[in-house]
Design a protein around this ligand. Structure first.
Ligand SMILES: Nc1ncnc2c1ncn2[C@@H]1O[C@H](COP(=O)(O)OP(=O)(O)O)[C@@H](O)[C@H]1O
Ligand SMILES: [Mg+2]
Length: 258
């Protein structure tokens, strides 16, 4: 398991992988005009129902990578394929459509629309995905129930606890039955017990729906439950997780994979 690339342990047979990244590169211009080469050739293949955790020191480019995987941003070079479809030649509108249909995103801070109820926040992407009003509302209600926040449909985000906000964000991400769920430190803002509940929810979803996931996390409890842990360092993903662990550990002395 010490190869420098990050391929699925069981090659996917019969059909394209839910998510694939090929030689992804992302460079930014820094304030002084020099070039920051944040991603320098990321390869990743996520199989059906597979959960991959990505760890790495702060500032190494984890959020940047997740944004590229979810087509929220474009790479400097390389390509991302969702369900075998490459984003490379798509205009912004086409990318947004594929993203809405096939990719669910959960952020560290819920990013719910604050003037809309929990139900409306979840129904919104269903509507964009083409459902009628009644269908979208029914789907949103069912999703909210499945993530354990039944009875909170009419609450605004500010009227929900942090854990409930993230559950609603997960329900929203699942609106259109995505091929892959991308989560950027989903429990980074939650206390330990609430984090555990959220992790249980995420892995329950995988059991029930076979949703593939890429989870960026500092949380060792979450990373440990994944099928694979990859470390982003020096601009690439590595199977051997060997640095930055002390930055990532939330509890002193705890080790990844241990
Ligand atoms: N739009 C941007 N322009 C310039 N630099 C950026 C931009 N976005 C991110 N960066 C830089 O890229 C690096 C990686 O950021 P990020 O992906 O947020 O790291 P992580 O999520 O691993 O903490 C950081 O040094 C950050 O300052
Ligand atoms: Mg980040």
């Amino acid at each position: 398991m010490n190869s420098p690339t990050a391929q699925a342990p069981h090659p996917v047979s019969g059909g394209p992988a839910p998510l694939e990244a090929k030689d992804l590169r992302k460079h930014f211009m820094s304030g002084d005009g020099s070039e920051l080469r944040i991603l320098q050739g990321v390869d990743l293949r996520v199989g059906p129902g597979e959960v991959v955790a990505i760890v790495g020191a702060s500032g190494v480019g984890k959020s940047t990578l997740l944004h590229l995987l979810g087509a929220l941003d474009r790479p400097t070079a390389g390509e991302v394929l969702v369900g075998g479809t490459s984003f490379i030649d798509m205009d912004q509108e086409a990318r947004a459509e594929v993203r809405n249909r096939h990719v669910g995103f959960v952020f560290q801070f819920h990013h719910l629309l604050r003037d809309f109820t929990a139900l409306e926040n979840v129904a919104f992407p269903c509507r964009i995905g083409g459902m009628g009003e009644k269908q979208a509302s029914d789907r949103a209600r069912a999703l909210l129930e499945s993530v354990g926040v039944a009875g909170r449909e009419d609450h605004l985000p500010t009227q929900l606890s942090g854990g409930e906000q993230q559950r609603v964000a997960v329900a929203r991400a699942l609106a259109n039955e995505p091929l892959v769920l991308l989560a950027d430190e989903p429990s980074g803002n939650l206390d330990e017990a609430t984090s555990r509940d959220l992790h249980e929810l995420l892995f329950g979803l995988r059991e029930e729906n076979g949703t593939s996931m890429v989870l960026v996390t500092h949380n060792l409890d979450l990373a440990d439950q994944a099928d694979r842990i990859l470390e982003l360092r020096d601009g690439a993903l590595h199977n051997d997780v060997n640095s930055g662990i002390h930055d990532m550990g939330e509890k002193e002395g705890e080790e990844l994979g241990g």
